[in-house]
Unconditional design. Structure first.
Length: 504
């Protein structure tokens, strides 16, 4: 593809406009290369690059357009903002993706968009772009696109059969915050495509001979309920159709629509790859932190509800950056709340991997996470009655509660102690962070250092560790969000063409 001045200027505008949309995900798919196709998307198969502020930019991360009919007060691309506008055509997106993939610059595509004309028009353009990639270019790599709230469910469904992951951004943690800063949007409109993707994934598993529910019959960590037993999210009035039932908008269900014959014969992706399924890498969402007055308590509990009600793979948190200078927003003189974002990600990991419930991590009486300690250490200090833990006899769930013990190290302890007794040197080899764990454990009845199970004593020692946070989090160095054009210094040329600009 010849990188003309017009294409280059669009790329510069639309890659820069996409930089605040978080996309730091592994592929999550398990699709190997196929003869006659280009690329693959094996599980966790993407090579990641990270920008100066820690955001992942491994994909070609662009907007279809930064034109938007909405006037959200926090958004750089809001209707009333005086910024350069540009739009790609579906053909340009497909050609750019393949050109950069062939140059080994990218492994996949992340495609988001402003709302041009209306949600249906925008979603149709996204669908056309991914259809071109899958069918005409035979691109088998990872694709993540945005499900546009308010778009026709049939467009979202057609797109879902062609991509690996979809996401619909919750944007603000509460409905009140959304009404205040984005009055043209509603919580119901955002939740509707998320529910559709969730149900589509379940039906896909049934139609492909699997279970309709991930880990059917198993309880969701921290809830004690199976996926099929969960109640609707508060304020969510959309219905939850099952196989053969109607979708919430009254249209026919996935398996009933005449336009969609049997799954194994429908859409080009089934012909392109026989074992294709609906959004195989799952869905995610994003919440802006610090744009409105929500506390960490509200954010963490909303994240837990989203995991439980919509089977999300990830909830991402984006520290608010004031790009519009709207008087209704925080002035941003202190910079983005990156430390707060960092603590929220730590709390999120506790819920997803360490079997913590939101009510254990944070309470209404103390609605903000401790900025001095990570949430796990903070929980342990508030529950010293459970410590010290004897690592020789503790169960897996208890091991996960110990500061400094991760999922891998807990599994290694469980496996190794069957073969003999452990010592502190062995724990260190297993990956246990002893500088934290030593205040909360005993090993064969022995402590590593003289211990006092006293909150003041342990807190003083933990604070003395001076937790090593990223420079961008601590604010030691000012940062600037990197764009796609900052990554690969040099000039892009195409055989037989002249140099037309820098692609960095």
């Amino acid at each position: 593809m010849e990188l003309t001045a017009d294409i280059f200027s669009k790329l510069e505008i639309l890659s820069d406009a996409a930089k605040y949309d978080v996309a730091c995900t592994s592929s999550g798919s398990s699709r190997r290369g196929v003869k006659g196709t280009m690329g693959s998307a094996v599980a966790a198969g993407l090579c990641h690059c990270f920008s100066a502020d820690g955001r992942c930019i491994s994909l070609l991360k662009i907007l279809l357009t930064n034109e938007c009919v909405y006037d959200c007060k926090y958004c750089l691309n809001r209707l009333s903002n005086d910024v350069p506008r540009a739009s790609f055509t579906p053909e340009e997106i497909a050609e750019l993706t393949i050109s950069f993939y062939r140059r080994n610059y990218i492994e996949g595509l992340f495609l988001s968009s402003g709302i041009r004309k209306n949600p249906d028009f925008t979603m149709e353009q996204i669908y056309q772009a991914v259809h071109l990639l899958r069918v005409q270019y035979r691109f088998n790599g990872y694709i993540h696109v945005k499900a546009i709230p308010g778009a026709d469910p049939l467009l979202i469904e057609k797109t879902g059969w062609l991509v690996d992951r979809m996401s619909a951004n919750l944007e603000l943690p509460t409905a009140d915050g959304l009404r205040s800063l984005a009055p043209q949007k509603s919580r119901k409109t955002i939740l509707t495509p998320m529910r559709q993707i969730q149900m589509g994934r379940r039906e896909s598993r049934l139609l492909l001979g699997g279970s309709s529910v991930p880990g059917a019959g198993a309880s969701v960590p921290g809830t004690g309920k199976s996926f099929s037993q969960r109640e609707a999210l508060p304020g969510d009035t959309s219905r939850k159709p099952g196989v053969g039932q109607n979708v919430g908008d009254g249209r026919k269900s996935f398996s009933q629509r005449e336009a969609l014959p049997q799954v194994n014969q429908s859409f080009a992706l089934q012909e392109f790859h026989p074992d294709a399924s609906f959004v195989p890498a799952g869905q995610s969402t994003q919440m802006i932190v610090g744009a409105s007055g929500e506390s960490d308590y509200e954010i963490v509990h909303m994240a837990e509800a989203m995991y439980q009600k919509f089977d999300l793979k990830r909830v991402f948190y984006s520290a608010f950056v004031n790009t519009t200078k709207d008087p209704a927003l925080p002035d941003g003189r202190e910079g983005p709340p990156l430390l707060r974002e960092h603590r929220l990600y730590q709390a999120d990991f506790l819920m997803r991997f360490y079997q913590f419930r939101a009510e254990e991590i944070i309470s209404a009486e103390n609605p903000f996470l401790n900025v001095h300690l990570d949430p796990k250490c903070n929980w342990a200090l508030n529950h010293l009655e459970f410590f010290p833990v004897e690592v020789q006899t503790a169960d897996y769930h208890t091991l996960l509660r110990i500061p400094g013990v991760g999922v891998k190290s807990a599994r290694r302890i469980m496996a190794s102690r069957r073969l003999g007794s452990l010592d502190y040197q062995a724990l260190k080899k297993f990956g246990v962070v002893l500088k934290r764990a030593m205040y909360f454990i005993t090993c064969s009845g022995k402590t590593m250092v003289p211990l006092r199970m006293n909150e003041g004593f342990i807190l003083t020692n933990l604070l003395g560790l001076r937790e090593r946070l990223p420079a961008s989090v601590t604010g030691e160095n000012r940062f600037e969000q990197m764009s796609l054009l900052d990554l690969y210094p040099g000039t892009v040329t195409t055989p037989g063409t002249q140099e037309v600009g820098r692609y960095g």
